[in-house]
Design a binder for this molecule. Structure first.
Ligand code: GLN
Length: 549
């Protein structure tokens, strides 16, 4: 039987429950336990796949093709494990299951109610990953903030499990905020007291209180929180703002969060945490030897969460290369043929981001053209790869109206076309080509050099693909289709051997990048950007010397 840790949040949203949950999981994993994390989201969408990135940030796709909350990305990046369909549950999913059962007659004769039917289904999902001896500890993050109407059934399910399971099998960790009032120069505990009170009113009593704070908590404050919130002083954990999220596991180790949780769980045998790889990564991250500037071209750049996995992959790849990756966000909607060189001036690499719909498309194409013509390292992901194909078709093959049928259904040169299987689909949720598919890599290509193998597997989320009717035309003019799906022939990777670094991929390599296993494509892209930067500096110092002579 697995043990369960529930993480709830109070006072305000965005306190970083996902990071705290992932950090605790990391520490327990480093001590030798098999740990997984799941997220329970109280909204009614069955999954976040149909949500606008402005609304909910990036949609993280798992190996088995679930469209999930971006916190699952943190879990995978911290733990280097794969999550699955089972790791993200929403109110929508719970109701869908219960209503389907009701229609099937499973509750025949009964009134179907929130308690017990909805809460039973929540409890079933909460404990699902703990069955079959796969994991020693299952951490469940409850989305939202205590006091929200919509999270009530989830909190009620935690209350029931707190009573139903043996006492030493459940820990509730509550994350709150201790605001610092600058004018009074004081930390305030009242919001935390209120939030714990509200949680207790629903019958759930927290065992541990993790306090987000800008200023260190002294012992008096810790004692005060312990006294008013009915927990031990050692169960009041300080979570200071950190310079990087990857430092949080070490902060939690210092505060003994893992030790306290293990004590409550009755775990007496555990190893010293093995964190050498993690600490090595942190050192390289904190002390980079140089810097590269990467342009991120997208249309959701106002909201950083929309490109979460890409930004984190840059951090992993930067540390591998001992460089700091400075990302410059460039809105594709404002790039024109006239201003493109000014907008992209000074960059060491260009990443054209994934996306949907026609807004900002032409700007992306101009940016690709600039990178191709100026030998600027280029990396296109999903829509970014499709834009590279369109740019090549228009400017090298001379197919002036080349396009994707996503943007122009009437184009006479649909170099990017809707996948055959997608044409019959009318429903929107969970119907794209999703999850991991194999890709066979051609010998002697850049892709082969990057991955060091000829067979890879990467995750997908798209409806459109390269139109293979144009295959010969592209290859004979210098664009190599270096990766394809071995069964369907769907083009997965395109590259330009005549360019220092130009690669586009139909899949999302950012979804598999972790601290301990950075994505090879990102590592190589940053290495190419570093080289580009060094060459630029060499040329500069050369011309400076010339001027001095
Ligand atoms: N809109 C494109 C497609 O559906 C690209 C999707 C993406 O970038 N994730 O194929």
């Amino acid at each position: 039987m697995a043990k369960y840790i529930f993480v709830t949040g109070g006072v305000t949203s965005s306190l970083g429950k996902g990071i705290i949950a992932a950090s605790l999981a990391k520490l327990l994993q480093a001590r030798g336990f098999r740990v997984t994390i799941q997220k329970l989201d109280p909204y009614i969408n069955v999954d976040p796949g149909t949500l606008n990135p402005y609304e909910h940030g990036e949609c993280f796709v798992t190996e088995d093709g679930a469209e999930t909350d971006l916190d699952l990305g943190h879990y995978e990046r911290f733990l280097s494990i794969f999550t699955s369909q089972a790791n993200n549950v929403t109110t929508g999913k719970i109701y869908q299951t219960v209503i389907n059962k009701e229609r099937a007659g499973d509750f025949l004769g009964k009134t179907v109610q929130v308690v017990p039917h909805i809460t039973d289904e929540i409890k079933r999902r909460m404990t699902l990953l703990g069955k079959d001896d796969q994991f020693d500890i299952v951490i469940t993050e409850i989305g939202g903030t205590v006091g929200d109407i919509e999270s009530l059934p989830f909190i009620e399910a935690v209350r029931q499990l707190q009573w139903e399971l043996p006492e030493e099998d459940v820990v509730v960790v509550h994350l709150t905020l201790i605001p610092y009032l600058r004018a009074a120069k004081e930390l305030k505990t009242k919001p935390t007291q209120h939030s714990v009170k509200m949680l207790s009113e629903t019958g759930v009593h927290p065992d541990v209180i993790v306090c987000r704070t800008e200023e260190p908590l002294n012992n008096d404050i810790k004692r005060k929180i312990a006294l008013f919130c009915n927990v031990k002083v050692e169960a009041v954990i300080e979570a200071m703002d950190a310079s990087t999220i990857y430092e949080v596991p070490l902060l939690m180790l210092n505060e003994k969060l893992d030790l306290y949780c293990m004590k409550k769980l009755g775990i007496t045998e555990f190893a010293e945490p093995k964190l050498d790889k993690w600490i090595g990564f942190l050192d390289r991250l904190k002390y980079p030897k140089s810097k590269v500037t990467i342009g991120l071209i997208g249309k959701y750049i106002e909201l950083q969460d929309a490109y979460k996995s890409i930004l984190e992959s840059f951090i992993h790849a930067g540390a591998m290369n001992d460089v700091k990756v400075q990302v410059v966000n460039i809105h594709s909607e404002y790039i024109t043929q006239e201003n493109v060189s000014e907008k992209l001036d000074g960059l060491d690499g260009l990443l054209v981001a994934p996306g949907f719909g026609h807004r900002g498309i032409e700007g992306k194409i101009f940016a690709v053209q600039y990178a191709r013509e100026h030998g600027l390292p280029f990396f296109g992901i999903c829509l970014g790869m499709q834009m590279a194909v369109i740019e090549f078709a228009r400017n090298i093959l001379g197919l002036k109206d080349a396009h994707s049928t996503e943007m122009d259904v009437n184009t006479s040169n649909a170099v990017i076309n809707m996948m055959e299987l997608q044409k019959k689909i009318t429903m929107k949720g969970g119907t794209m080509r999703l999850g991991a598919y194999p890709c066979e890599i051609k010998k002697g290509t850049l892709a082969e050099k990057i991955y060091g193998t000829n067979m890879i597997s990467e995750r997908h989320r798209h409806r459109y693909e390269f139109n293979n009717d144009y295959y010969e035309q592209f290859e004979s003019n210098g664009m190599v289709m270096s990766g394809k799906n071995p069964e369907t022939g769907l083009v997965e990777i395109v590259e330009l051997p005549s360019h220092p670094f130009f690669i586009g991929v139909q899949y999302h390599p950012e979804l598999k990048s972790t601290v301990e296993r950075p994505a090879p494509l990102f590592v190589s892209f940053i290495a190419a950007a570093k080289l580009h930067n060094e060459k630029k500096s060499a040329v500069k110092s050369h011309s400076l010397q010339d001027a001095l002579i």
